[in-house]
Design a protein around this ligand. Structure first.
Ligand code: 13P
Ligand code: SF4
Length: 310
């Protein structure tokens, strides 16, 4: 395979040629974050996808994120550098099983975390992300029973924050459930001045120790405003690249500290590479496509989310 020596400038050339925008999630490799036009959490990325004037969207993230961009932009070419970049959480909610689950709770409103397939979105009333889930649930009348899918950990966290009961689909993220409470407590002893910051996809025993819980962007903002000199970061360590860039004088300790923490890198997110991103732009594929009927049904709850969290 012929790859240009300077991938950064070759990608910049293709971006101009295609009138493309590169959107990246914080869990991407640092070089992908550095070449992106926009980096954000899931809500910010979907807002950006909804508003971009670019003709081509190159999504450096996982399948459900690029799919959301396509749902919002049916006439644009949406490229995902590696089509295999899935999500264990999205995969933990098969559409046929979810349809049966929903049928068993016919009066419930379905609120689904954006980390799910278009088929699940199509069966949902409202989509949420980790940054607006509490806000959206608080807007739903109290007497309305709720199903929350697919992440049981975010669901439990939202229940705790809102005081609302919800029927939870029992899905989880393979990355966030690997963090161990014991290792974190050991780290806390080692770094007594550090604050623990965690993503709500973590299990309750881990969240219990956190000084702050939030989406990737919320964690990034928190480290800028907190007076603490150091942080134990309990989420995918890709975010540390931005934390270090934006606050170079602070110290960030990935949890748990096993050999550069490669164990806690999301294997799906990390399938994307700069080389694959270049090839996707050059070949104009792999492209995200989905049936129009599914797209229209999935669009409705996404639009609802965008309106409710405006
Ligand atoms: P946010 O960036 O919205 O916090 O999502 C985290 C995540 O797990 C994405 O897959
Ligand atoms: Fe899915 Fe977890 Fe990876 Fe996010 S970190 S893409 S939720 S497997």
């Amino acid at each position: 395979r012929d790859l240009p020596k300077d991938l950064f400038s070759a990608i910049a050339d293709l971006k101009r040629e295609l009138n493309a925008i590169i959107l990246a999630h914080y869990y991407q490799d640092p070089d992908i974050q550095d070449i992106a036009d926009f980096i954000g959490d899931s809500l910010e990325l979907s807002r950006k996808a909804a508003n971009t004037e670019a003709e081509v969207i190159v999504f450096a993230g996982v399948h459900f994120m690029a799919e959301t961009a396509k749902i919002l932009n049916p006439h644009k070419l949406v490229l995902l550098p590696d089509l295999e970049a899935g999500c264990s959480l999205a995969d933990s909610c098969p559409p046929d099983e979810f349809a049966a689950f929903k049928a068993a709770h016919p009066h419930h409103l379905v609120i689904s975390y954006i980390n799910c397939s278009a088929a699940i979105k199509a069966m949902s009333d409202i989509i949420c992300t980790s940054s607006n889930a509490v806000k959206l649930v608080n807007q739903i009348p109290k007497d309305r029973p709720l199903i929350f899918a697919p992440d049981r950990n975010l669901g439990r966290y939202v229940m705790q924050q809102t005081g609302r009961e919800m029927v939870l689909w029992q899905g989880s993220c393979m990355v966030h459930e690997t963090f161990s409470e014991k290792k974190m407590v050991q780290l806390q002893v080692q770094y007594p001045d550090a604050e623990i910051i965690a993503h709500p996809e973590c299990e309750p025993p881990v969240l219990r120790h956190a000084n702050y819980v939030g989406s990737t962007s919320a964690l990034l903002k928190y480290v800028q405003t907190s007076t603490s000199p150091s942080f134990i970061v309990v989420t995918e360590p890709g975010i540390i690249h931005q934390m270090q860039k934006q606050t170079p004088n602070k110290q960030f300790i990935p949890a748990p500290p096993l050999n550069n923490c490669a164990c806690n890198e999301c294997p799906h997110m990390r399938l994307n590479t700069l080389e694959k991103l270049y090839l996707a732009m050059k070949n104009r594929q792999p492209e995200i496509t989905l049936p129009e009927e599914t797209r229209l049904a999935a669009l409705r709850p996404i639009q609802r989310m965008l309106e409710m969290s405006a």
